[in-house]
Write a protein that binds this ligand. Structure first.
Ligand code: HEM
Length: 118
């Protein structure tokens, strides 16, 4: 049985998904200012490692917890919805099936309260 990780194309597929994801985030003026001082190569590496883990691939994320990382940013549900939309679009461009996309987005949605610090 193949895992979500496999269905997303493994390590390389998730790397490419993350590239598409941040391309969209950085083109969105409601989100890009939050990353004004961020090293985006590092951010893409961290996000790839994080997605690999939460999408059932090997454990490799060594970054901060979601609560800690996003604390003080005062993020709203609108920010979260925008991010989810960009993830959906990135997945569509990468040829991920609608079913696998829904699974991935649902997985990310379980982190919503932690990321919004609610
Ligand atoms: C799908 C939801 C999200 C996930 C899975 C996620 C995941 C992550 C991860 C893994 C990191 C790296 C932490 C580290 O390196 O220790 C991070 C950092 C960060 N995230 Fe998110 N995030 C999400 C939503 C958001 C949203 C909505 C915003 C705001 C627009 C945001 C803004 C940031 C910022 C500013 C950083 C820190 C970058 C830096 O260190 O300079 N994130 N996030």
């Amino acid at each position: 049985m193949s895992t979500l990780f496999d269905k997303l194309g493994g390590q390389q597929g998730i790397e490419q998904l993350v590239d598409e994801f941040y391309k969209r985030i950085m083109a969105d003026s409601t989100l890009s200012p939050y990353f004004a001082h961020t090293d985006m190569d590092r951010q893409r590496r961290q996000q790839t490692a994080f997605f690999v883990e939460i999408f059932d691939g090997p454990k490799q994320y060594k970054g901060r917890a979601m609560e800690t990382t996003h604390k003080g940013l005062n993020l709203t549900p609108q920010h979260f919805e925008a991010i989810a939309k960009h993830l959906r679009e990135a997945a569509a461009v990468r040829g991920v099936s609608p079913e696998d996309t829904n699974t991935a987005v649902a997985r990310v949605a379980t982190l919503k309260d932690a990321i919004l610090n609610k």
